[in-house]
Design a protein around this ligand. Structure first.
Ligand SMILES: [Zn+2]
Length: 443
């Protein structure tokens, strides 16, 4: 999404649709909603996509929200999961940023679905104990990991299992069946073969394990595999014929508290077996020279540190507790309250107009500073693509807001750091991308 217009630019590769969101909605979210799938399974809908659907595909959005609400009315516990709001790889973030992402994700979910979430989907299932401790402290009861991310006997299949947290406390973990999930995602059967597939792949696993969890990207159904909607529909309706039942995670946890414990293998993710290298220094999953990833991350980290310093100093000067204030600022982003009313609710109603303007601009800068770290910034092979460009554009937005608020210009040191990150494919540096964004902004 373009951080200056808040719109998605035309994406020719998504033809005949204007952009990928349009196309994936038509191929996947809309037919899944029409088929009633969101009434039967656990799912998560991220804040950014939820907002886009709300504004651009309202009928589908309304169907998904209503499906979750109906499910909760019938079962007392909902089937929607929240997710950290900007798809940040949380183990790579400082604790206060983990708290912010999780808090904002919960607030966004509650805003959309009308009740707090029971569970949270971690971006790329990237996990460390500090992330799990933050989830538990924010009231989340469970998350999902993949079987290669845990130590311990998977005696009850998908679980749930108890994970003990450092400093006390615990959280429940459901463990997805990697082989079955991948079989459905990458070698999906034809609709005519689904019953054979269920017999060969699923039914015996259910008998052996009790609960079996298939967890995969929603886009698998209808977008990656055209037959996916029909296949999922058959899987959801064939339980009686094959002797299995459907369960959603929150409701299952309510009936089946964890009996056994697992340990978590920290700094792992579901999408790549190279720990978190993919988002830090690059790994063998992508071709070519990935050194730009470390260089870009250093530039963003240095900038984040500078932005935080200015924000904290200003907040303290005005008598505000900087991090809780930032955590709750999501209410302004969601349009639940105006900026000045939000500050007044924090005991800051006495600030002058000028002080209010300054603090709100710095809070908005923190929002864009959070967005720089979306997983996809670092996920792909090359620097000279949309995703890293968006991260730098978010940084530019945070720089501009900070300059507007306090007069501090952080752009020179940021640009110097960006010079180190270079695309092997086009030769362009991140500083070149930065200059282009500035030039576009000036026209
Ligand atoms: Zn990898």
């Amino acid at each position: 999404m373009d951080p200056f217009t808040g719109r998605i630019p035309r994406e020719p590769e998504a033809a005949p649709y204007a952009n990928w969101n349009d196309r994936i909605t038509a191929e996947c979210y809309a037919p899944l909603a029409e088929a009633g799938c969101f009434k039967q399974i656990s799912f998560n809908l991220g804040g950014t996509l939820a907002r886009w659907l709300d504004e651009n595909a309202y009928a589908t959005y309304a169907r998904i929200v209503a499906a979750e609400r109906d499910y909760r009315e019938t079962n007392t516990v909902g089937n929607g999961l929240a997710q950290p709001v900007h798809h940040t790889i949380l183990p790579l973030a400082r604790r206060r940023d983990k708290i912010c992402q999780v808090h904002w994700g919960i607030a966004s979910f509650t805003h959309r679905f009308g009740h707090p979430p029971e569970g949270m989907w971690l971006p790329e299932m990237a996990v460390d104990y500090e992330t799990l401790a933050v989830l538990a402290a924010e009231g989340i009861r469970f998350t999902i990991l993949s079987d290669e991310q845990v130590h311990g006997a998977l005696e009850t299949g998908a679980g749930p299992y108890r994970v003990r947290l450092p400093g006390g406390g615990q959280i429940a973990i459901f463990v997805r069946d990697r082989h079955l999930s991948n079989a459905l995602s990458f070698t999906m059967p034809d609709p005519a073969d689904v019953d054979n597939w269920l017999r060969e792949q699923v039914v015996w696993r259910c008998r052996r394990d009790g609960l079996v969890l298939i967890a995969t990207d929603g886009e698998t159904f209808g977008h990656h595999h055209r037959q996916g909607i029909e296949v999922l529909d058959r899987i959801l309706s064939a339980g009686e014929a094959h002797g299995y039942g459907l369960a959603t995670l929150g409701a299952y946890l309510q009936q089946n508290p964890p009996q056994a414990e697992l340990e978590v293998i920290e700094n792992t993710a579901w999408s790549c077996s190279h720990r978190l290298d993919r988002w830090v220094v690059g790994c063998a999953c992508t071709p070519d020279d990935s050194r730009w990833k470390g260089a870009l991350r250093r530039a963003l980290d240095n900038l984040a540190c500078d932005l935080d310093g200015i924000y904290v100093q200003e907040a303290q000067r005005l008598g505000a507790d900087a991090w809780p204030l930032r955590d709750d600022y999501i209410a302004v982003v969601l349009g639940q309250v105006t900026g000045p009313a939000f500050l007044a609710s924090y005991g800051l109603g006495h600030l002058s107009d000028e002080q209010t303007r300054r603090l709100l601009a710095l809070l908005e800068a923190q929002f864009y500073r959070q967005r720089m770290y979306a997983s996809c910034t670092f996920f792909f092979e090359d620097l000279d693509r949309h995703e890293p460009q968006y991260a730098i554009a978010h940084a530019v937005r945070a720089l501009a807001l900070t300059r507007y608020a306090t007069g501090d210009d952080l752009s020179h040191s940021f640009r110097r750091d960006l010079q180190v990150a270079r695309s092997q494919r086009t030769g362009r540096t991140a500083a070149g991308i930065f200059d282009e964004i500035i030039a576009q902004g000036a026209t």
